[in-house]
Ligand binder design. Structure first.
Ligand SMILES: O=P(O)(O)OC[C@@H](O)[C@@H](O)c1c[nH]c2ccccc12
Length: 275
């Protein structure tokens, strides 16, 4: 069993929903990224998604695009991110998912890339622009190295495609809550609940919901809709980038705790009698 499956199994036994924060590597610098991973790990994160900055981040909204630009301007390179991870992953409870666009993987060569990230202790991989039709090779090679490739379901995915994605995705299935780019949204669409049920009807694998979750109440909402994980990106990236690195770290610690508290409890905020 992989570290990610193991994590969902334990949480599922307690009726808990996983919290998956996302941050961009190298923003404001890699030293802060290393600290941020440890802070999140101690503040309620169950799994952490770390984004490799990329110059053409098609699926990203303004907050994560700006973070990637800042990280690239500082000269953040994949090798340095992996070197940092190698030192940090042994100290973390949370498995690390690496987020990268497909081009850097192709550029390096699939096998070399996988060997390097496995050596750095990475447990999973999200590649938003990897077409399912081309995913087989990467999925196979990654699973042989114990790395879960997590595939994305979009609100526009057909029933047939949802089934195919659910069959192939490893670790969990990433349900993108809206059509569009990453970023804070004031309201989550109700159809996320229908999509969750639709995916649930074709698979036993855990399902994580991401895109637009920026408040504890929204995380609680996706939990109540039946999600196994709430993924929160832009809202973390924004907080980490505000003020000095120390201020950013303390802001994400607090935010992480409040999100976890919202999805940990089984009770709802309404006063339901116990009997
Ligand atoms: O930023 P948001 O709206 O909270 O969304 C999640 C997210 O940041 C992370 O999973 C992510 C960052 N960039 C992506 C691109 C595609 C899919 C997912 C992502």
């Amino acid at each position: 069993m992989t570290a990610i499956s193991d994590c969902f199994k334990t949480l599922g036994q307690n009726g808990e929903c996983a919290l998956i924060p996302f941050i961009t590597a190298g923003d404001p610098d890699l030293e802060t990224t290393a600290k941020a991973l440890q802070v999140l790990d101690r503040s309620g994160a169950d799994i952490i998604e770390l984004g490799i900055p990329y110059s053409d981040p098609l699926a990203d909204g303004p907050v994560i695009q700006a973070a990637a630009t800042r990280a690239l301007q500082r000269g953040t390179k994949l090798e340095q991110v992996l070197e940092m991870l190698q030192g940090i992953t042994p100290k973390l409870r949370s498995p690390i998912i690496l987020f990268t666009y497909y081009n850097p993987i192709l550029h390096r060569g699939i096998d070399k890339f996988l060997q390097e990230i496995a050596a750095a202790g990475v447990a999973g991989l999200v590649v938003p622009d990897l077409p399912l039709e081309e995913a087989a090779g990467l999925l196979q090679a990654a699973s042989e190295m114990g790395i879960d490739v997590i595939l994305l379901v979009a609100p526009t995915s057909s029933a047939q495609r949802i089934e195919a994605i659910a069959r192939s995705s490893l670790g969990f299935i990433y349900l993108v809550s809206v059509t569009g780019v990453t970023g804070v949204r004031s309201q989550l669409e109700n159809r996320v609940s229908d999509l969750l049920q639709q995916i649930r009807s074709v698979t036993d694998k855990p399902i994580g919901v991401g895109f637009g979750i920026s408040e504890p109440a929204q995380a609680r909402q996706v939990k109540e809709w039946g999600a196994d994980a709430a993924i929160v990106g832009s809202a973390f990236v924004k907080r980490l980038a505000q003020g000095t690195p120390e201020e950013g770290l303390s802001a994400i610690a607090q935010f992480c705790q409040s999100l976890k508290a919202a999805i940990k409890t089984n009770s709802t905020s309404t006063n339901t009698p116990l009997d």
